[in-house]
Write a protein that binds this ligand. Structure first.
Ligand code: A3P
Length: 846
């Protein structure tokens, strides 16, 4: 650690820091501090942080959110109300928030008495802490007491010599035994002063000029002041952490992460373990003159040995394309030979033989052939071939998924793990995630600021200080701080020349170990992937997006594939509301094209709702023809279980964000009965052996199969709940509610409304295309000779009417759901279906 000298000089005052700063500004702690104000309610699995920001654009607000997002913590932002309402702490959100953060702490302390009381009660009842930032601006006071607190602040100060109070209880990742010497940036620092034992300083500094605070009193210790304090809750039962500046200074980010962990009783907290893996991509692929020489390989081995003392298992992971072996100068070729001589000291992973991009290969066997050449090269040179990890040149084929790559990797190399920066997108880096597809675990890869062209320290883009900044508390440091597992990508050229790769990782490891208690370690990729999905099991399932919506993805998307074979709209169900009739009517339209029927799932594709989703988008697109005209052709698919399947809306919106959505609603009681009859027709024993009334009224102790049938009868009918979920992902203007009762009695009218909603031309005249068939009792397609072509006998079944008791029971059961639907449709400005009016009228009479 480059500052260890300074550290040892300053060790003495540090040991006594806590005592020093409490006198005279902070009194000694009372016996028996409050640990947690209240026991944490473990029944809530998804703690949410409530962040009051100044505006949606405010910088500090964005930085707070960026740290929460990087840490994968759930949060909600609100514009901090001035004197107004505290809208978020309503009944519905009771106990939902685990921590409250104020971008501007003055908004918090200056709340009017009513709201402040509300907030305080909320915090006290649920053990919720508060983090606040005090950022001085031209308007803020120089010195003041913080309203309602035994705490004074003095702002607009320049500070120097930052130190950490080793007795601050919130310290967890932060290692307290360091001193950051020198001036702190800016003259806008705020310090806190109190003689109440509830305040414990966390970070302290000296003022730049001692006169500045002469009026504080005559103490010889006055030069040390707290700029971050921890309120232990001894004053009013609420724990807080207050920052006398924003998050710009790197140490504040570290302490902020600790503050979140502490105030949430470690519910929002990562363990201290951090795994790093350093990939050296393209170990033989580099221009003559930029490759590694013998001395560079020696340095690589030396640094690896040094790092192993600090990071257990540390091993550079070398990627190779055999074709480029021995293509440098003589000196560089000797470097290649030395790498191979020491091959067992490293880990190895394959690229393609000639570093080709896999998405350019449509044919799996040609792709596999390229891989085989590289494997033969590895075998001939004794390079281990069993690491189970591979990386694709330029991320090609990994994401967006080129299924041929996954197949070839498995068959030639037995690959189990890869990594990419592209899922879901390159930027922002904090959104990068992993997923598992076709048996291959894809891990997110991080950039460390080194690229093929960054080969000299002094020519680092923006100056060498940029690289150092990134290592010393900047982006690279934060990547390690906020990600339990980081795979970094570097290149051959970063290990020749100025060997920036070695410099970067050695400095990073030392810096991390200076300032944090993090335990750095390395694992081979397969083990690393296992660990990753243990930590983040929710990331196993991917979320497919349209490759053409991201320029970089489009560039690595096979030219033989298109993004045009995707639907413009979806009929989402629910089941038994007339969706098949709607599908057949839509298909009559000259500009509307349905997906091909799936042989396995009752003609529907059922992609977004179940296991078919694992097949990927190539599989999905195969259900659609190439449109003859992309802008005028309307392709669609109907899968009636999308409506009430939890994951469907999110998945659909990820791939088809601009799609229009049609939902068909009939009286949920009739829908339930129709499903029951459907199951009887399919010989479901639960439906055969039980009356409908028994099914819908069964209590929780009824047999499992009966309850399963009950769920399928009743759950889809909670229409508003399901629609709200779709509206989390789609705009109201993208959603059209079809009145299923009207579709049945007057389909031409309904179809006209649908066409206008879709914006499809020409408007097709359904009065001519459809005719009522007396014997079927439904509208059917008019075919040649004026005959009717109706749906099969499974649609429009004949069965006895629902009993009045069941109808009454269901009217009551769905009453609140229907009221919700009424409110929702009113909110959306959509017309009320006729059946809903009737239902609400009749239930309000009863
Ligand atoms: P029943 O068979 O219970 O009468 P889905 O296609 O979504 O599974 O819905 C089937 C229901 O569509 C049928 O339920 C029927 O009532 C209704 N339906 C509406 N219009 C129809 C039509 N033109 N032909 C056949 N069934 C129609």
């Amino acid at each position: 650690c480059s500052i260890s000298l300074l550290h040892s000089l300053l060790l003495l005052p540090l040991l006594h820091l806590s005592a020093l700063f409490r006198a005279p500004l902070f009194l000694p702690p009372r016996q028996g501090r409050l640990r947690q104000v209240k026991a944490v309610d473990n029944s809530r699995t998804e703690p949410v942080v409530l962040v009051f920001v100044e505006s949606i654009y405010s910088q500090l607000g964005q930085e707070i959110v960026a740290i929460l997002e990087s840490s994968r913590f759930h949060y909600r932002t609100e514009i901090a109300p001035g004197k107004g309402d505290m809208p978020t702490l309503t009944e519905r959100n009771r106990g939902r928030y685990t921590l409250i953060i104020y971008e501007n702490v003055l908004k918090y302390v200056n709340l009017d008495a009513w709201n402040r009381d509300l907030l305080d009660k909320y915090c006290a009842e649920y053990g919720v802490g508060v983090i606040g930032f005090f950022k001085a601006n031209e308007n803020s006071l120089l010195s003041a007491q913080l309203k309602g607190f035994p705490l004074f602040l003095h702002s607009h100060l320049g500070l120097r010599d930052y130190r950490i109070n080793p007795s601050a209880p919130l310290l967890y990742i932060t290692k307290p035994n360091q001193v950051e010497q020198g001036s702190l940036p800016g003259e806008d620092w705020t310090i806190f002063q109190s003689n109440h034992s509830t305040y414990e300083p966390v970070l302290l500094a000296s003022t730049k000029s001692s006169e500045a605070l002469a009026h504080f009193g005559p103490s010889p210790l006055r030069t040390l002041h707290a700029t971050v304090v921890q309120d232990l809750g001894l004053h009013d039962g609420i724990q807080r952490v207050l920052f006398g500046n924003n998050l710009n200074y790197w140490l504040h980010k570290l302490v902020f992460v600790d503050a979140i962990a502490y105030l949430t009783g470690k519910r929002l907290c990562l363990s201290l373990d951090r795994h790093i893996l350093v990939d050296v991509d393209d170990i033989f692929v580099g221009k003559e003159g930029t490759r590694m020489k013998v001395s560079d390989v020696e340095a690589l081995l030396n640094t690896q040995n040094k790092l192993r003392a600090l990071v257990p298992n540390f091993t550079f992971n070398l990627g190779f394309s055999g074709k480029f072996y021995h293509t440098g100068t003589d000196e560089e070729d000797r470097g290649d030979d030395m790498l191979l001589q020491h091959r067992m000291d490293f880990w190895w992973f394959p690229h393609m033989w000639s570093h080709m991009q896999p998405h350019l290969f449509h044919n799996v066997s040609v792709l596999a052939e390229q891989m085989r050449l590289n494997k033969i090269f590895a075998q001939e040179h004794g390079i281990p071939t069993d690491m189970g990890y591979a990386v694709a040149p330029h991320h090609s084929g990994v994401y967006p998924v080129h299924s041929q790559l996954y197949e070839a990797w498995k068959s030639v190399w037995g690959i189990k793990v890869t990594s990419t920066e592209e899922y879901p997108h390159l930027r922002p880096a904090r959104y990068r995630r992993g997923f598992i597809h076709n048996g291959i675990q894809v891990l997110p890869r991080q950039t460390c600021g080194l690229f093929t062209h960054t080969i000299f320290y002094n020519e680092y883009p923006g100056g060498s200080k940029e690289l150092d900044k990134s290592i010393r508390g900047g982006e690279l440091f934060l990547t390690v701080l906020l990600n339990p597992i980081s795979i970094f990508m570097t290149h051959l050229s970063n290990y020749g020349n100025d060997r920036l790769g070695l410099y970067t990782f050695e400095s990073l490891v030392k810096f991390v170990q200076c300032w944090t208690n993090l335990r750095l370690q390395t694992l081979p990729p397969v083990k690393l992937a296992e660990k990753y999905f243990q930590i983040f099991p929710e990331e196993r399932d991917p979320l497919w997006q349209n490759p053409c919506h991201d320029k970089r993805h489009k560039d690595i998307w096979s030219k033989e594939k298109t993004c045009d074979r995707l639907p413009k709209f979806l009929v989402i169900g629910p089941q038994k509301t007339g969706t098949t009739a709607l599908h057949s009517f839509l298909s009559l339209h000259p500009a509307i094209t349905s997906s091909f029927p799936s042989p396995t799932t009752f003609e529907e594709i059922q992609f977004f709702s179940g296991a078919n989703y694992d097949n990927g988008i190539d599989w999905y697109m195969d259900f659609f023809p190439f449109p003859s005209n992309v802008s005028t052709d309307f392709m669609f698919e109907k899968s009636a279980n999308y409506f009430d399947t939890e994951v469907a809306s999110k998945r659909a919106a990820a791939l088809l964000p601009r799609a229009k959505i049609l939902a068909v609603l009939i009286n949920p009681a009739d829908r339930a009965y129709s499903w029951y009859q459907h199951q009887r027709a399919h010989q479901d024993p639960a439906a055969i052996n039980n009356t409908f009334h028994l099914v819908v009224t069964a209590g929780p102790s009824a047999p499992k199969d009966l309850l399963a049938l009950q769920r399928r009868c009743l759950n889809p009918g909670a229409y508003a709940t399901h629609l709200e979920r779709w509206l989390q992902h789609y705009q109201p203007s993208q959603l059209h509610i079809v009145d299923g009762a009207l579709l049945r009695t007057n389909p031409a009218l309904v179809m006209e409304g649908i066409q206008r909603f879709l914006g499809v031309t020409p408007i097709f005249n359904y009065t001519q295309a459809l005719m009522y068939d007396d014997s079927k009792g439904f509208w059917c397609q008019r075919v040649e000779g004026g005959r009717a072509k109706c749906l099969g006998k499974s649609k429009g079944r004949k069965y006895p009417e629902m009993s009045p008791e069941s109808r009454a029971f269901l009217a009551e059961y769905y009453r609140e759901h229907n009221m919700e639907l009424l409110r929702l449709l009113n909110r959306l400005g959509q017309p009320l279906p006729s059946w809903l009016r009737q239902e609400l009228q009749s239930t309000s009479w009863s």
